[in-house]
Ligand binder design. Structure first.
Ligand SMILES: [Mg+2]
Length: 473
């Protein structure tokens, strides 16, 4: 099908927004050379990417009618990335003023020091945390959870939506790391500023904000829903955004359905039911560890918050199981309730707990698949991460996370091996990274890579505010 569409490029930049557009085809060839995946920019309605997971998705007709013109014989099941119409139209208006907060934040203070971007020799704002002798191990794990997420996301962007063959083409020497942030740009990755994280971490931050700004950290799905809807329209304007980039189709469908801001759970369930309960995308597991970050001291609250914020967009029990397994594991890691030499005990405990919580709502088939994807015998090859119909399946992302949790190699090697498989590499990288980071800590993350993230200072500031609200500093 030779449908032509307008493809919008937008860079998240500090001081300027570069926006240009061109026409391409909707068969996926627009994504990058040698790419045969199913990510496509499907319609003039600014659809950019698509992700598929499992066969027999009754969501196919719904999704296709809205965002996807893929061959009807292709079973659609999974997350698809769409670019919000509003965001795109805003991208076109490069002269549009950023919002008030953004305008002030994006300019240097009178002192000449930017509040969002570190200058080359500027020390990290987090430095003083390592002097807190009593808590530095905790801070190391908390920040490892956070920046493992952001860095895994940012590094994974380099091969997002690529096939393993196209990754081999761009990086033929497997013994060398894919460089960060100077990776080979693809049509997809060039939409972001080099080194930046994507929607996965943006939505992680939305959860952080929701839980630290509301009453005693009590989860409130309406607060989160409003933040999510606002992010879709505006992104983080202070970082140069004009809309949330990299949005998944499932989230888009849910947020744009009637009554979402009044009753997000009902809207989410309706979309899931309309899809014949087939869709189980990774759009919730990719952001979930923020709930463990905030509530790690209260396991019951981790469980209730994780389930609620998952269901706010993803109602399928497989999505909930994925979020629970990740958050329960991270809760144990943050509390040091594990043995570094026996990580399997933690994993077995968490998998069993997840299954017990979900009970009969998780079918035997889905329970078996849950255990298959998280089994210690599972290899990255087994996960088949670039299989075009299922790259965004929540269990693949979950499997990537447990691969990261089990790793005792360096962060760079662990993530590199993962993202060479392409597929939904930023999302797989985010969950792999957050689990790796919660176990091994912030200090195990490569500092030059951390500093290559253009908006680390902004994130550091936000995290320090959060730690203060959590009464840790
Ligand atoms: Mg992303």
């Amino acid at each position: 099908m030779q449908t032509f569409f307008l493809y919008q490029y937008c860079f998240r930049v500090q001081y300027t927004t570069i926006s240009c557009s061109f026409y391409s085809e909707s068969d996926g060839s627009n994504v990058s050379k040698n790419n045969d995946d199913t990510r496509t920019d499907k319609t003039h309605e600014s659809v950019t990417d698509s992700k598929l997971a499992e066969p027999n998705d009754a969501n196919t007709s719904t999704i296709n009618s809205q965002v996807d013109t893929r061959d009807d014989s292709t079973p659609s099941h999974e997350q698809e990335r769409v670019e919000d119409d509003n965001a795109t139209s805003k991208h076109n208006n490069a002269k549009k003023e950023v919002k008030k907060g953004g305008a002030s934040a994006s300019k240097h203070h009178e002192s000449g020091v930017s509040p969002i971007v570190y200058s080359e020799d500027e020390p990290d704002l987090l430095e003083f945390l390592w002097e807190e002798t009593a808590k530095k191990k905790l801070f190391n794990r908390l920040l490892g959870c956070t920046y493992g997420q952001a860095l895994g996301d940012a590094y994974g962007l380099s091969t997002e939506f690529e096939t393993r063959q196209s990754v081999d083409y761009n990086y033929p020497d497997r013994s060398k790391l894919i460089p960060f942030p100077k990776y080979v740009l693809t049509r997809h990755s060039q939409r972001w500023r080099r080194g930046d994280w994507t929607d996965d971490t943006d939505q992680w931050i939305l959860i952080l904000e929701t839980l630290t700004e509301t009453n005693n950290g009590e989860p409130d799905e309406v607060v989160f829903a409003k933040k999510l809807e606002n992010w879709i329209r505006n992104g983080y304007p202070m970082l140069g955004d004009h809309g949330g980039m990299g949005l998944g189709a499932n989230v888009s469908q849910v947020v744009h359905s009637g009554g979402y801001l009044l009753d997000p759970l009902r809207a989410s369930e309706t979309v899931w039911e309309r899809g014949n309960r087939q869709a189980a995308p990774n759009g919730a597991v990719m952001r979930c560890s923020a709930s463990a970050f905030v509530h790690y001291r209260d396991r019951a609250k981790v469980i209730s918050t994780t389930m609620l914020l998952c269901k706010t967009t993803h109602f399928d029990p497989r999505c909930i199981a994925s979020c629970l397994a990740v958050c329960l594991a991270i809760t144990d890691l943050l509390n040091e309730n594990f043995d570094q030499n026996d990580i399997e005990s933690l994993i077995n405990r968490v998998l069993k707990e997840t299954i017990d919580i979900l009970g009969a709502s998780l079918s035997q088939e889905h329970r078996d698949l849950f255990l298959w994807h998280t089994d210690k015998e599972r290899t990255l090859e087994d996960l088949d991460l670039d299989e075009p119909r299922s790259i965004g399946y929540t269990y693949k992302c979950l499997g990537s996370g447990f691969y990261g949790l089990r790793s005792t190699r360096s962060f760079e090697d662990t993530l590199h091996d993962l993202i060479r498989y392409g597929g939904d590499a930023d999302t797989n990288g985010a969950v792999c990274g957050t689990m790796y980071g919660a176990r091994h800590g912030y200090k195990a993350l490569p500092y030059p890579w951390l500093r290559a993230m253009p908006f680390k200072k902004w994130f550091d500031t936000k995290l320090l505010q959060c730690l203060e609200q959590m009464q840790l500093i």
